[in-house]
Design a protein. Sequence first.
Length: 129
Amino acid sequence: MEYYINKTLNDISFEEGIKRITESLKNQGFGILTEIDLKTTLKNKLDVDFYNYKILGACNPPFAYKALQAEDKIGTMLPCNVIVQEKVPGKIEISAVDPMASMQAVENPELGNLAMEVKDRLQKCVDAL
């Protein structure tokens, strides 16, 4: 089982890729809680050059609340991470976690249906790009 959903966009900027996925997530009820710039972090911490790579922590509050009601430790798997990376200039890869893959370790039937709904919304976000 793959643990992510992804799509590659060509001939756009890294910033445009971030803008597009952020808007697509918003259209499905997700907001961005966190943004981690790995390129900058790796340069500052290790003095290494890395390609453009950002991790966006996406959250859909109603789904997060339902998940927390079903399983109080599920916060260890929240928010849903979405990555935007540019290994080659103008070729932007956007990947979102597959919540079905991450939730299979949790033995709680209530989470299965919820994870399926979240996966469906994340898939729609990526497909819309």
